[in-house]
Design a protein around this ligand. Structure first.
Ligand code: B12
Length: 428
């Protein structure tokens, strides 16, 4: 055991280890700057742009947005209730998904509300129905897949749990099985995010004791989740990648099994995450919303009994920095699509600091390139390329050629001069 290990062992003995995965003493200006990024998004109140995750993240943070915050929740309520409770099925595409409904219920709980009344009960029934359908899609022998994902399945169970609503043991059983036989989660991309969300659901259930018959299985699964996440730590310290680390830390923070190994891993992850923050890796509002709670030593599990009286610092809009030295000039980016016939390859010239979305737009204007997107909580999601839509359990993967998957979406990723970007249709 090295010096650090010895120190952690000592802290453990003093009962302090349980808090070792918490991030404390972060530069408050850094946290505020992160929160300020959310403010402009809170002015976007169209149903397509409303994002319950932003509200949850803010309420679990050390920051508040004053009147804007209440107004945002009001808009969320109007939009979600209208689309979920209306019997109008004509525009069913626009209805929130299971995961979005779950995030909406988390947002209500973040405001210390329990779902209730006729409307609330209908939302709960709807979420339970979604989960039952997904259970059916996974099937008796666990050979199938949820229509959405195990990430959304976990979110659904977590949301019901923080509202003290019980799911049937058989619904929970599907998630437990997936974690016990983790090839089910491993097959998909981003296993750490999914494991962390499953773990948060298990932590909530363990604390709330809503499924007493599954208690032992939940405890074992939680241990397994923790072990898998620790194994996924990169040499730099991230769990999975930089963007799965916030959820991973939320889970590890709520851990009931603190060990020296956990303490060491969390210290390393914290250092890596703070360095990424300094390098402005967190610009996307959804990512910021998953990050803010851990900078306030909170996780989604705290929504079991949120503290709505806790003092929070009022966010002021960022003051403009007028001469943000915008480098003039253009860059060249090559766009490649090999998953179609004939394949496509074209070089595009765009202003410095353009996003990949700008590159796609330019290519569409000046060549035979075509693409389509769909709004999501993470931003525009690329759904079709050259008229080819990704099918069920397929997606258009973004890569930096030859083979490095991008860690950001088309709106956030800013290619460098000379880079080649490939869009590849793959299964997941
Ligand atoms: C499941 C998942 C996927 C699935 C989605 C399919 C499905 N039916 O579920 C698959 C494997 C296809 C996928 C693809 C990608 N993903 Co993804 N995905 C997730 C995950 C684990 C959960 C998303 C979710 O269900 N959220 C809850 C629901 C309620 O929210 P939603 O907005 O309605 O969900 C939709 C969108 O999230 C969308 N989606 C999924 N991933 C991404 C990524 C981006 C950038 C966008 C705009 C949309 C999007 O698919 C969801 C289902 O419809 C998150 C993890 C996380 N920490 O959030 C990562 C995550 C959002 N994905 C990420 C990335 C980078 C990607 C890709 C860009 C990877 C790549 N190199 O191609 C692609 C998207 C490319 C494109 N076509 O635009 C990053 C985003 C980081 C960031 N900086 O914003 C995350 C955080 C994972 C990570 N740790 O790196 N993803």
């Amino acid at each position: 055991m090295g010096c650090l290990g010895a120190l952690l062992f000592l802290l453990g003995g003093l009962g302090a280890l349980a808090r070792i995965c918490e991030i404390t003493e972060v530069d408050s200006t850094l946290v505020e700057r992160l929160g300020q990024h959310l403010l402009p998004w809170m002015d976007r109140l169209s149903p397509e742009q409303l994002n319950p995750s932003i509200y949850v993240g803010l309420r679990l943070s050390s920051l508040q947005a004053g009147a804007k915050e209440a107004h945002y929740l009001h808009s969320l309520k109007l939009s979600y209730q209208q689309s979920l409770l209306s019997n109008d099925n004509s525009d069913s595409e626009a209805k929130p998904s299971m995961g979005q409904l779950a995030l909406y219920l988390l947002a209500l709980r973040a405001n210390c509300e329990f779902v209730g009344g006729r409307k609330g009960d209908r939302l709960v029934s709807q979420l339970k129905r979604f989960l039952e359908d997904e259970k059916g899609a996974i099937g008796h022998n666990h050979q199938g897949h949820p229509h959405t994902s195990y990430y959304q399945y976990s979110l659904g169970i977590l949301a019901l749990c923080v509202h003290q609503k019980r799911v049937h043991d058989s619904v929970l059983g599907k998630l437990l099985y997936a974690v016990e036989h983790e090839q089910h989660l491993q097959q998909g991309h981003f296993p750490v995010d999914t494991l962390a969300m499953a773990g948060l659901a298990f932590s909530c259930l363990k604390l709330s004791n809503l499924n007493p018959n599954q208690r032992n299985r939940i405890t074992v699964a939680l241990g397994r989740v923790q072990e898998k996440i620790l194994k996924a730590q990169t040499p730099e310290g991230h769990f999975g990648n930089v963007y799965s680390t916030p959820l991973a830390l939320q889970l590890l923070m709520a851990s009931l099994r603190p060990t020296v190994e956990l303490g060491t891993a969390c210290l390393k992850a914290k250092a890596a995450l703070l360095a990424s923050l300094q390098h402005k890796a967190f610009q996307n509002p959804l990512m910021i919303s998953q990050m803010l709670p851990i900078l306030n030593q909170k996780s989604y599990v705290d929504l079991i009994s949120p503290d709505c009286e806790a003092p929070r610092v009022l966010l002021e809009p960022a003051t403009e920095t007028p001469s943000q030295t915008q480098v003039p000039g253009f860059i060249h980016v090559t766009l490649k699509v090999s998953s179609i016939s004939p394949s496509y390859r074209h070089s595009v010239s765009v202003p410095v600091s353009s996003s990949l979305e700008d590159v796609l737009k330019k290519a569409q204007e000046h060549s035979r390139f075509r693409y389509g997107t769909q709004a999501s909580l993470s931003g525009p999601y690329l759904t079709s390329v050259m008229g080819k839509k990704a099918g069920e359990r397929e997606f258009w993967q973004l890569l930096r050629a030859p083979d490095t998957p991008l860690l950001q979406g088309i709106a956030d990723y800013r290619p460098r001069d000379g880079e080649a970007i490939e869009l590849r249709l793959v299964g997941w």
